[in-house]
Design a protein around this ligand. Structure first.
Ligand SMILES: C[S@@+](CC[C@H](N)C(=O)[O-])C[C@H]1O[C@@H](n2cnc3c(N)ncnc32)[C@H](O)[C@@H]1O
Length: 307
């Protein structure tokens, strides 16, 4: 198995939220809409990894934990179908092993870019009879807005999306005039608009006064929280059920991600149910009761006191 090293304590927060939400979702939909004709429950992991991950939990300590794909496979009540996507050939190989060890369960592995795979999965699923959870956990800026919109348009998927704030910061040069076109295009793709050029940047009035040639000079003024608030606004424009306010991760230090939970189904019963499940988890998170319980290889106890 590939040793998949990434993330830090926030990774454990995100995985614990996922584990608890998947259990809630399966239980809540167990007999819906009717016990004798229930929804088919599906799980989609757009960046599935290998099934395990090795996470930094202290200055030098690391711990190996179940990754999202293993967590989803272990969820009870079980999903009827699991779609596991990863671009990396070694990761996909591990996912295939995971799928074969789960046989005869319906576990499908896609070794390709998430945008192409998600589109196919969405197009080939009957969303009238299916409800599901999509876990969107990229390293960087890989998920395109159009794909996110396709997820929202199912009106049947709840999504957990770890939005890469640090990716935006890396691509969005402080001085707009120095921005590489390909970086601007990457931001257009992830946000689905070029409006961010106005929202994140301001013309520097001082340079306008001092030197008229520099009248078009613009600087990034948006903070990570401003960017997260803007992403929230954008998500609300396509997810018609509910979008949670962002949870900025990690909780201290430089913000790397904004975690969102988004409900695509606008029906009030569905919204109430998803909000109840996720709302309870956010409350647990606020009380610091979400964290490292799924450690399989505790590394060093002192690092765990973080939680
Ligand atoms: C943060 S890791 C996911 C971790 C996983 N969710 C877990 O809990 O173990 C991101 C994964 O996305 C994969 N990846 C990167 N770019 C991708 C793309 N365009 N499409 C699909 N997978 C991609 C990487 O190979 C990596 O395994």
């Amino acid at each position: 198995m590939a040793d998949h090293k990434f993330g830090g304590p926030w990774t454990l927060v995100k995985l614990d939220l996922l584990e608890k939400y998947l259990h809630f979702f399966g239980t809540a939909l167990q007999d819906q809409p009717k016990p004798d004709s229930r929804f088919r429950r599906c799980y989609i992991d757009a960046f599935a990894g290998t099934g395990k991950c090795t996470v930094r939990v202290g200055k030098t300590a690391r711990a190996t934990v179940q990754g999202s794909a293993e967590i989803a496979l272990a969820t009870e009540p079980a999903f009827d179908v699991l779609h596991l996507i990863d671009l990396d050939p070694l990761h996909a190989e591990d996912l295939r092993l995971l799928a074969s060890s789960a046989a005869p369960r319906d576990v499908r592995v896609y070794q390709e870019d998430c945008n192409a795979a998600l589109r196919r999965i969405i197009e080939s699923t009957d969303w009238k009879g299916t409800r599901g959870v999509a876990f969107l956990d990229p390293y960087g800026m890989a998920l395109h807005w159009e794909t996110l919109k396709a997820i929202a348009d199912t009106k049947a998927l709840d999504a957990w999306y770890l939005f890469p704030l640090s990716g935006i910061f890396r691509q969005a040069a402080r001085d707009f005039n120095r921005m590489l076109p390909e970086n601007a295009e990457a931001i257009d793709r992830i946000l689905g608009t070029d409006e961010w050029r106005e929202r994140f940047y301001l013309t520097d009035c001082q340079t306008v006064l001092v030197d008229e040639d520099q009248a078009t000079r613009r600087y990034r003024v948006a903070t990570p929280r401003d960017i997260a608030a803007y992403v929230h606004e954008r998500l609300c424009s396509i997810f018609r059920g509910w979008v949670s306010p962002p949870v900025i991760l990690p909780e201290s230090g430089a913000p790397l991600f904004a975690l969102f939970f988004a409900v695509s189904n606008p029906a009030s019963k569905a919204v109430e149910l998803s909000m109840r499940g996720a709302g309870h988890l956010f409350e647990m998170l606020r009380k610091k009761r979400i964290g490292p319980r799924n450690l399989t290889t505790p590394a060093d106890e002192s690092s765990l006191s973080l939680f």
